[in-house]
Each structure stands twice: as C-alpha cells, then as structure tokens.
Design a protein around this ligand. Sequence first.
Ligand code: NAP
Length: 244
Amino acid sequence: MQNKIAIVTGASRGIGRAIAKMLAENNYIVIANYNKSEAEAIKLKEELEKKNKQIDIFKADVSKREEVKKLVEFALNKYKKIDILINNAGIDQEKLFQEITDEDWNNVINTNLYSVFCTTQEVLTNMIHNKNGCIVNISSIYAITGGAYAVAYAAAKAGIDGMTKSLAKELGPSNIRINSIAPGCMNTDMNKYLTQEEWQEIKNETPLQKIGQPEDIARCVKWLVEDKFTTGQVIAIDGGWAIS
Ligand code: NAP
C-alpha cells in the first residue's frame, strides 16, 4: 500500500472513473466523488474491492461549497491527510453564444471552475501544513484552441489553466505541484450525442487518427502524481488535434 490519499472528483463515469481505477490499482487510497450516478459509483467500489484495493465513494455536488467541505472533512477525518487532488468533475454545454442565459453561464462556470476554486481551497490547509501535495486539474483542449458553441465551457477551462499556473507559483515553495491536463475529444458519455459521421470527422482531423480513451488521461495523471519536478503546466492529450 502506498499510503497516499487521493480525492478524485466526478469519478462515477468517464475520465474520472478511469483515473480513480488507475490510482487505486496502483495502490493509492482513493476517495471517489460522485454526484448523480450513485449506482455507477457503487459498481466502481465493488469492482476495486474485489481486487483488494482501497476506495471510498462520497456523494457531493462540487459546485456547492458546503458539499465540498463535507467531502474534504470525510477524507481528513478518516485518513488525517490528503496527498492528491484530481479536479475532474465537469459538464459541457453546446449553445450559440447569443443564446446562453445567465443560468446556463452560472451552471457551467460553477460546475467546471468554481468547483476547482472550492476543492483546492478546502484541501490546501492540510497540504500546506504537510508541505506536500499534488493537484491535477482536468481542463480541455478548448481552453487552448477555443470552441464554437462552447464559449462558457472554454472560458471555465481557460480559467482553470490560469489558476493552475498562478497557484503553481504561489504554492511551489510549499512543495505543492499543480498541473492541468487538456484532453481532446474522448470516448465518454460527454460526447454520446456525436454521430458516427462526426466521430469519423474528428478522427480524420487528428494526426493519430483515433479517438482518445479515458485511460489515456488516467496514464498522464499517474505520471504527474509520481513526478517531482513538473508544475504549472497544461499538457494536451489530444492525439495531436490542436497542432493539426
Ligand atoms: P462524463 O462522462 O460526462 O462524466 C462527468 C463526471 O463528472 C461524472 O462522473 C459526473 O458525476 C461528474 N460531475 C458532473 N457534475 C458534477 C458535480 N456538480 N459534482 C460532482 N461530480 C460531477 O464526462 P468526461 O468526459 O469523463 O469528462 C471529465 C472531465 O474531462 C470534465 O471536466 C470534462 O470537461 C473534461 N473533458 C472531457 C472531454 C471529452 O471529450 N470527454 C474533453 C476535454 C475535457 P455524476 O454522474 O455522478 O453526477
């Protein structure tokens, strides 16, 4: 057992689930956060416990400060420390800019960006006290390239990358590393609205000619949590899509 404690937000499905699995299978103790998908979270716990891995699941809407506080309190009461925070929970939104309402905007910004502000603030007291910590934020390639019909989402993700770089400077002296991963188009529920033709188009536009899998992101997370000298970076994992 590593004895390293990792919180993964939005771990019930998709990329977060793959990250939680990857970390637990490598003997990190994982607190897998979920919000609506309780059955999927229970399934993940059962699957990992069958392999003798240590995992807790905890329901919290990370866009709400009070629920984030409870998530972090749960981790600290049980394990007394938090070594790793993976800010993965997120939602997308496809809308013409002119049609975005205040409610749409707030929903996307609160779930994708304010959540990262809250979780990071809540874990930091413990990390700073221990002079040890690693935070990985799951951003998006749209933060780098922009995305039509995704203005609120791209703004939230660009905000995350700004936080990543600024916090890396502020917290480096406390031995806390913070990096972002910017995924390209991945095979998860978030993209289930895409047609076969649209998937094919994305493959054609991607130098590696394939769609990313959640495990592609999880491998990079594992590398980042094991690394010692990388901080303030935004790492695109997109099959080369952004450079094409
Ligand atoms: P997904 O399959 O739709 O899963 C989203 C996860 O986030 C679910 O586990 C969901 O939990 C959780 N979540 C959503 N709102 C939450 C909230 N308020 N509180 C707690 N958990 C919440 O999406 P994904 O593709 O895995 O995306 C994961 C991350 O990667 C997101 O930040 C996304 O923006 C980013 N990303 C994805 C892609 C892509 O192509 N898929 C590309 C770039 C970036 P419940 O179901 O339990 O509510």
